[in-house]
Design a protein around this ligand. Structure first.
Ligand code: NAP
Length: 273
């Protein structure tokens, strides 16, 4: 039996085990996906131990996505982004970033052509960094807006064709945009949108990467404005699909993984904590 897993601390209500195990069942793969919560200072021992035990692959979540950088080989994209969310143990432990491909594939799945598009990305945290590179690598011009403006400006210096801004300019920044991605956590803890309603138009496609709740205030406002919408479960799905395909070398059963993920999310309370 092959073992895959997720390292985080804390790992609460992770959707990855049911999503990956549904894929193993569908393809008849003898494998399990389990969660681990090592203490932060035990991360290196955890990676070495996983390698020694023959664990086939690990996902990384908070607080390990950056901490793991010096402990593994890095592929080119993970190195540029500066964060790892997937490790394979095929040879030396190697770190990848499937959040970037997850965002790109979520947009592709909805027939959003990013090549040549004007994209506005809100957020310059861990997920925002990955999405900024994904959008730029796919050919978009990326306007990054972040509460802490310096973080956006700093990220923009590393990303081709990108500029960094604060959130005050959002109305102007969105005036000519084709795609808007929310990569802040706004909308998760409370029914609030990071974007003024009047800045949303029917010319936009709006992707929110917050997936708890699935229907955020931003997506509701966007739909009311006539914009296209993509919820946060799509990126979550496709980062998992990318990890699955990298680890197993097989095409992922996307439909089954999507149904499982959405089934789990719809079983959760939509109420704000
Ligand atoms: P992070 O590194 O902590 O970054 C948080 C981001 O949100 C920063 O840009 C931060 O701005 C901004 N922010 C936080 N509170 C804000 C507020 N009140 N007003 C305006 N901006 C605010 O977190 P992360 O790992 O990037 O995750 C961000 C969100 O994406 C989370 O909700 C997470 O669940 C979700 N996520 C989804 C997926 C997916 O697959 N769908 C994957 C990864 C993450 P400052 O820089 O100013 O602090």
């Amino acid at each position: 039996m092959d073992v895959y897993g997720l390292l985080g601390n804390p790992v609460t209500h992770s959707l990855s085990p049911p999503m990956h195990e549904a894929a193993y069942r569908e393809l008849g793969i003898d494998a399990r996906y389990v969660t681990f919560e090592p203490e932060p200072e035990a991360l290196e021992a955890a990676i070495t131990g996983a390698d020694a035990l023959g664990i086939r692959g690990l996902n990384m979540t908070i607080p390990f996505k950056r901490e793991v950088l010096p402990l593994v080989e890095l592929d080119e994209l993970a190195d540029r982004i500066g964060a790892v969310n997937t490790i394979d143990f095929d040879g030396r432990p190697t770190g990848h970033n499937t959040d970037a491909a997850g965002a790109r594939r979520a947009l592709e799945h909805h027939d959003v052509d990013v090549d040549g598009a004007r994209a506005v990305l809100i957020g310059a945290g861990g997920a925002g960094r990955a999405i900024a590179f994904a959008l730029a690598d796919a050919g978009a011009t990326v306007t990054i807006a972040n509460r802490t403006e310096e973080r956006a400006v700093e990220l923009a210096t590393a990303v081709p064709r990108a500029t960094g801004h604060g959130l005050d300019d959002l109305n102007d920044l969105l005036a000519n945009a084709d795609v808007l991605v929310n990569a802040t956590s706004v909308g998760m803890e409370e029914d609030r949108s990071p974007v003024p309603t009047e800045a949303l138009t029917r010319h936009l496609t709006v992707m929110d990467i917050v997936y708890r709740p699935l229907e955020t205030r931003l997506l509701r406002d966007a739909r009311e404005a006539g914009a296209g919408t993509i919820d946060g479960a799509w990126m979550l799905l496709f980062q998992g699909v990318e990890a699955f395909e990298r680890w197993t070398g097989q095409e992922a059963p996307v439909e089954v993984m999507n149904e499982t993920l959405r089934g789990e999310l719809s079983g959760e309370s939509g109420a704000f904590k």
